[in-house]
Design a protein around this ligand. Structure first.
Ligand SMILES: [Zn+2]
Length: 238
């Protein structure tokens, strides 16, 4: 089975619908459940998504960005070949994200402009997009992570035109990969809510499949078993 996972940080169901991103809104889509999680921490949620277990208590805030899960604890080994691009808690590009966080702090210290920060976020995004599109078709599973909606959203969620450009871009990535016969699974860790011009994490995360799965408000930790079953069924029928 060939599968593509488009992992979009902070992609928010309400915004996907509001901007009418019809490539992100596939055959089945909805909101994920973060029941059991006290906070909406990015690394915690992606690590828990990868492993199917709530890892909130095992990931200290202080060292979360360098936290790594072992491959054998994730769903990745179910696939004969896989490629992940910039996935938090797994193949995260530390250098690029350290720079983003440094600039983000610089904006709050008034040492860096929002435009300079945005430019670096977009540059990193373009690099990841290139790597992601290049990998499609060469592995059983390609999982590409994009933090654009989160990184731009934190400083500009309340600025409609800017957010529209971000959602259009993410919709275009879904469009670019959806023509294949692969299963396309789009997932976010959490949603986002406006605090003035800024954005903060919220619970309304998003999931979407290009075929009916019959899920209803699935827990973010439930996809691990679902992917395992899908792969097993595939091998059983071939
Ligand atoms: Zn996040």
């Amino acid at each position: 089975m060939l599968m593509i996972i488009l992992a979009l940080d902070a992609l928010d169901l309400k915004q996907v619908e509001r901007f009418n991103c019809h490539h992100l809104l596939q055959t089945e889509y909805g909101e994920t459940s973060l029941t059991g999680f006290k906070q909406e921490r990015t690394v915690v949620l992606w690590a828990s998504f990868l492993t199917g277990k709530n890892l909130e208590a095992s990931i200290p805030v202080e060292t979360q960005w360098t936290y790594r899960v072992h491959s054998e604890k994730t769903f990745l080994p179910y696939f004969t070949t896989h490629k992940t691009i910039d996935v938090p808690a797994f193949s995260f590009n530390q250098k690029a994200h350290v720079e983003e966080r440094r600039l983000l702090k610089g904006v709050f210290d008034e040492a860096v402009t929002i435009e300079a920060y945005d430019a670096v976020v977009w540059r990193n995004h373009e690099k990841n997009k290139e790597a992601f599109l290049k990998a499609i078709g060469h592995f059983d599973l390609v999982m590409g992570y994009f933090n654009l909606a989160d990184a731009i959203g934190h400083l500009s969620f309340g600025i409609n035109d800017k957010l529209a450009v971000v959602y259009e871009e993410l919709d275009r990535i879904a469009e670019a990969v959806k023509d294949s016969n692969d299963l396309l699974f789009i997932i976010s860790d959490h949603g986002m809510k406006a605090i003035g011009r800024y954005g903060d994490h919220s619970r309304n995360g998003f999931y979407s499949f290009n075929q009916g799965m019959g899920l209803h408000h699935p827990k973010i930790t439930s996809f691990h078993m679902l992917l395992r079953r899908l792969v097993e069924n595939e091998y059983a029928t071939n």
